[in-house]
Design a protein around this ligand. Structure first.
Ligand SMILES: [Zn+2]
Length: 407
């Protein structure tokens, strides 16, 4: 177990691209005021302050619910009332707790959505918002049910159930990431191949120059949900795809090319597969921690759960899973920010257009109302990418290093 924990940390420490630019790159301080007007900065701060309230309340709710499930006998007491075979009680338990949490969280989601509309980011109706939310809850509940059922089943069968649970967690992570683009994404968006155009030809030419085999760039109909701009790579092997939001196609072609150059950086470095394998290792280690914490005497006494093999353990397991998700977030973001910076450096190397890169970052930040200077808590909890001013500063540093006119 300890070996798995140390191995995961060592892999992360040794493979994360801690430095996106070569050591000689001149450091440049991020400065929002250099690229954004006072009005743009004020709008970003106003949006951040508004959306922050429901976001922190939602996080608080998650922690309180998890705390109750892990630190009090309430979950076990309620679950003790269920009757029937063990697997049915586990399933009912997961459904009941998930439904209760979804209902508690619902008003916070509506509150957040009203701000997205007020600031012009959301294009949804309440009907489509509700459909999205129900789909998300369904997927989350389904995945939780699979995990909790598997853990209880293994605990009923094996004394050292952490071994098959760790293997199962790794496998589930890999399978889920591989299947995600073909199973989950189509539930939310339609994807169409980018229509033949100069832009498409240029993008494919750039990919082939980059040595990344890309047959197609897919366009997602994101505009039915948002005005935000985005692009991403998902899946790996046979399911790998580069997707751009239809909203992004309204941007100038050279800026779209820069976004795609960034995504090619992810594809070339195999970031999705890498993230999946590291995520799988972390999930396997998480399964071991679940075993250690779940079978610890004090935890069992406080929650009144006799053993993880008992269906009354469902609440404890769900509380621990939710705590693990929250606690692992800052670590995931830390690694993600460095991987994103490497993809930015790749985009600059490939296009050698730092001025277009800066324009594109400004467009992204202004349209998506990005947080230009998040406080340390927001940065640790939510920032999966460097901030726009950080990305712009890196482009200037790249420009100085490469003797290309500094934007
Ligand atoms: Zn990226």
């Amino acid at each position: 177990m300890a070996i798995l924990g140390v191995a995961t940390l060592a892999v992360v420490a040794l493979t994360t691209p801690w430095r996106a630019l070569p050591a000689g790159a001149p450091p440049i301080e991020p400065d929002p005021a250099r690229d954004f007007t006072a009005a743009q900065i004020a709008r970003s701060e106003a949006f951040d302050a508004a959306i922050g309230v429901p976001a922190y309340l939602s996080l608080g709710l998650t922690l309180v619910v998890a705390g109750v499930l892990v630190g009090t006998p309430l979950g076990a007491k309620l679950l003790a009332r269920l009757r029937g075979p063990w697997w049915l009680r586990v399933l009912f338990g997961v459904l009941a707790i998930s439904a209760a949490v979804a209902i508690l969280r619902w008003p916070l989601g509506m509150w957040s959505e009203t701000y997205l509309r007020e600031f012009g980011l959301s294009t949804q109706t309440w009907a489509s918002w509700t459909a999205d939310r129900l789909k998300n809850i369904g997927i989350g509940t389904g995945l939780t049910a699979i995990m909790v059922l598997a853990v209880v089943a293994l605990a009923r069968r094996y004394r050292r159930w952490w071994i098959p649970a760790a293997l199962g967690a790794f496998t589930l992570t890999v399978v889920a990431s591989f299947a995600y683009p073909v199973v989950i994404e189509p539930l939310f968006n339609d994807f169409t191949p980018m229509p033949a155009s100069t832009l498409r030809a240029d993008l494919l030419a750039m990919a082939s120059k980059d040595g990344v085999p890309v047959e197609n760039v897919l366009v997602a109909d994101a505009s039915r949900r948002t005005t935000a701009l985005n692009a991403y790579v998902s899946g790996f092997g046979a399911t790998r795809r580069i997707v751009v939001y239809d909203t992004l196609l309204r941007a100038p072609a050279d800026q779209v090319e820069l976004v795609v150059a960034h995504e090619l950086g992810h594809a070339k470095a195999g970031d999705v597969l890498y993230g999946t394998l590291v995520g799988g290792l972390a999930a396997a280690f998480g399964a071991c921690l679940l075993y250690l914490v779940g079978s610890a005497g004090p935890v069992r006494r406080r929650t009144g759960v006799p053993s993880i093999a008992d269906p009354r353990a469902v609440g404890l397991l769900m509380g621990l899973l939710s705590l693990a998700t929250v606690l692992s977030g800052p670590g995931q973001n830390l690694v993600s920010r460095h991987i994103e910076a490497r993809a930015d450096a790749h985009a600059l190397d490939l296009t050698r257009e730092p001025a277009v890169f800066v324009s594109m970052q400004k467009r992204l930040a202004i349209t998506n109302i990005s947080d230009l200077s998040p406080n340390i808590v927001e940065y640790l909890l939510y920032a999966s990418h460097p901030t726009a001013p950080q990305r712009i500063a890196m482009a200037r540093s790249w420009a100085l290093l490469n003797g290309v006119g500094q934007p």
